[in-house]
Design a protein around this ligand. Structure first.
Ligand SMILES: [Zn+2]
Length: 52
């Protein structure tokens, strides 16, 4: 049996904090090389900071 924990506690792309307990967390879907990639953020502030 193999446990997969990759998606259990995603971390903010901007500040590297766990977003598991963030009520305002944001997820951005991007496609890179034909593969869907999910970017997680604590909230809009981290998302905007990462985009700029
Ligand atoms: Zn953050």
């Amino acid at each position: 049996m193999t446990e997969t924990t990759d998606d259990a506690t995603p971390r903010c792309r901007h500040c590297d904090e766990s977003v598991a307990d963030e009520p305002n967390r944001r997820v951005v879907t991007s496609v890179e090389d034909g593969t869907a990639v999910y970017y997680h953020f604590c909230d809009d502030d981290c998302l905007e900071a990462w985009e700029s």
